[in-house]
Design a binder for this molecule. Structure first.
Ligand code: SF4
Length: 270
């Protein structure tokens, strides 16, 4: 849940989620639709389906116990190197390094004199650094401390170098310049994700959790005519490929031309 979502939102949502799915078995036994409905308000809906699929595999392959080795965890959907290491270190107490966005930023700034706030070392380099710096004991606290330092002091913008315990050693201290064109970069990347999220949220609230493609077209592109039709098909196709929606129509497959939007019925996946 914490992948790309703020702690405050997860803190609010987690109790409801655990009430609905108190164990891995109950999550695995739920339908996709139940999982997508319970995920409302969390954003990045693919993570809900990854959790669901991972729960099923944990039940079928690991007797319902979350594996304690990284290879088995990496074989589960939605789990990358950082999450695997975090589970094994934090939940099972094993000595493993970890690199997520905060730690990568801190180690990059500490290891090299960075010029800009957004500059970071290549990911492979930061993993090697993290492994070489990991203390023999208290590695759990070390990993947590690096994350907290990145979240609260060595922040992405305007790091508080004066309050940082590394300020005398750090070659980047008090010299990082702001990132140019930050706003432009953000705007270019967000629309498709936002459209996808808006569409899923709309379906959650519909009777039967279904709507016609025409209704979805009006929802996403209220001021446009047919010119955004291709874009809608693209979004629907990506959601269907991710297993989040089902599309019912007279002839199989979405075609960007020739199918009336009113003939396509889009539903949250069952
Ligand atoms: S001194 Fe500044 S740049 Fe260096 S680690 Fe601390 S907060 Fe980050």
């Amino acid at each position: 849940m914490l992948q790309q979502t703020q702690v405050a939102r997860v803190t609010e949502h987690l109790p409801h989620w655990l009430q609905r799915f108190p164990s891995i078995d109950t999550l695995a036994a739920a339908s996709k639709r139940e999982v997508l409905l319970a995920w409302s308000g969390m954003g990045y809906n693919r993570r809900a389906l990854h959790l669901h699929a991972a729960a099923s595999l944990i039940c079928s392959r690991h007797n319902g116990i979350i594996p304690n080795d990284t290879d088995a965890l990496l074989a589960l959907p939605g789990i990358g190197r950082y999450t695997a290491h975090a589970v094994v270190c934090f939940a099972y107490g094993k000595r493993l390094p970890m690199v997520e966005v905060n730690i990568r930023r801190v180690l990059s700034r500490l290891a090299s004199g960075m010029q800009r706030e957004n500059a970071v070392l290549p990911e492979t380099v930061t993993w090697k650094l993290a492994a070489s710096l990991l203390p023999p004991r208290a590695y759990f606290a070390w990993n947590q401390a690096l994350m907290d330092l990145g979240a609260m002091i060595c922040t992405a913008t305007r790091p508080a170098c004066s309050a940082c315990p590394f300020s005398r050693l750090c070659p980047s201290a008090h010299r990082l310049l702001p990132t140019p064109d930050r706003n432009t970069q953000t705007v270019r990347e967000t629309p498709r994700r936002l459209y996808r999220g808006r569409l899923i949220e709309f379906l959650r609230k519909q009777p039967g959790h279904c709507a016609t493609a025409a209704e979805l077209h009006r929802l996403l592109f209220p001021d446009s005519g047919q010119e955004q039709r291709m874009r809608l098909f693209d979004i629907l196709d990506s959601l269907r490929k991710d297993g989040m929606i089902d599309i019912h129509e007279r002839s199989p497959g979405i075609s960007a031309s020739g199918t009336a939007l009113n003939e396509l019925r889009v539903c949250l996946a069952e």
